[in-house]
Design a binder for this molecule. Structure first.
Ligand SMILES: [Zn+2]
Ligand SMILES: [Zn+2]
Length: 368
């Protein structure tokens, strides 16, 4: 099976985060057909392993692809459209998995390298706590010296034939915020007898969004105060997201959210609770690896566009916390449309570009 067929199979049979059972079976069978050693990891993921014929097997390079799809009903009219109604590979993870498969297949045939090459087909990128954290909890690389973890993500802002690389801090950490205000509601005309939970929440929301800065995003996307023209509700709820590029800034915003909650509670005589559900850590690219990737790309005739940091998040951040890592973007053309939409359709000709890039990076580091 070639990479394009592999991708189309996954596209036809998408599965949600941490439910990638068929996907896992398909990947295991495809690797087995190629004679590549593989086993299950992180529940519904797959870990493949190839030892180079030049020895030195304790030194390793890890290539990573994610494999989960999204709860979106596909609207593309392609022959390989999703057959799992309401679920769609709308983030290109089918492309990532296919390219990883293609690279492993080729390198397994040659094995002309030193060290060990791992391939992670990782589940659950789109959902907390993120499959990457589960992979690493199993410590699959204990006893190895990991020289690099490399991942790529399709990007419609770049044309086919281009990769986007950002040395250093690349993608934000993301935390989910939930704010609960509660008090004694009642008749909105008798203000002295009620706690103004709605205004207290409004104050919380304004204070929260004031915490925005160039280094941190804080947004509230939902506020529920289900009273009426003449009813102040007992409970008001709000939720939102926060993104930061720096661990210190992340903690600073967390503590400001909590102190704001205390102040608002006191001044309105209500209870204010802030729940912060920690999401993925910042994706920080190893600077040396980033520049090496630029050289490798140029060598391969792949155009490099230097990217700036992004406020979106990726569970790849967990790998970057532990090992020297590189996460870059692969152009799939503007016509691909927006990711996470029902019409996202990356250009498949990008597959060979992504494979060349990943394969050359792996060999470059392994044979160094
Ligand atoms: Zn996504
Ligand atoms: Zn994605």
């Amino acid at each position: 099976m070639d990479s394009r067929e592999f991708r189309r199979h996954l596209h036809r049979h998408p599965e949600l985060s941490f439910e990638e059972h068929q996907t896992q079976r398909f990947i295991l069978a495809s690797l087995e057909a190629e004679g590549i050693e593989a086993r299950k990891i992180a529940g519904t993921g797959v870990l493949a392993k190839i030892e180079g014929r030049r020895g030195g097997h304790r030194r390793a390079v890890v290539l990573r692809a994610d494999i989960d799809a999204l709860p979106i009903r596909e609207l593309n009219e392609v022959e390989y459209r999703s057959e799992n109604e309401g679920v769609m590979h709308a983030c290109g993870h089918d492309m990532h998995a296919a390219m990883l498969f293609g690279v492993l297949r080729e390198l397994n045939r040659e094995r002309d390298f030193e060290g060990t090459l791992f391939g992670i087909f990782q589940p659950g990128e789109e959902l907390n706590p993120g499959g990457a954290s589960l992979v690493l909890e199993e410590n699959p690389f204990d006893g190895y010296s990991v020289a690099a973890v490399i991942g790529q993500h399709v990007d419609a802002r770049l044309e086919v034939g281009q990769v986007g690389i950002c040395p250093g801090v690349f993608m934000a950490s993301n935390d989910e915020l939930r704010i609960y205000v509660s008090g004694r509601g009642g008749h909105a005309a008798r203000r002295t007898e009620v706690d103004d939970t709605v205004t207290a929440m409004a104050d919380m929301v304004v204070r929260t969004t004031r915490l925005n800065s160039p280094d941190g995003v804080v947004s509230i996307g939902k506020v529920v105060a289900d009273g009426a023209t003449n009813v102040i509700p007992d409970n008001v709820y709000a939720e939102g997201t926060m993104r930061t590029f720096d661990a210190g800034e992340r903690e600073r915003i967390h503590s400001l959210l909590r102190s704001n909650a205390r102040e608002v509670a006191e001044s309105y005589g209500v209870e204010v609770r802030v729940d912060i559900s920690r999401g993925y850590p910042t994706v920080i690219n190893d600077v040396m690896l980033s520049y090496e990737a630029m050289i490798v790309a140029a060598d391969e005739g792949i155009e490099v566009s230097e990217m700036s940091r992004q406020t979106t998040a990726e569970d790849f951040g967990y790998y970057t916390e532990r090992y020297p890592s590189l996460f870059y973007r692969l152009g799939v053309g503007r016509d691909a449309g927006g990711s996470h939409t029902a019409l996202f359709l990356p250009d498949e000709t990008a597959i060979t570009v992504g494979e060349r890039m990943m394969r050359r990076m792996a060999l470059h580091i392994l044979n160094k």
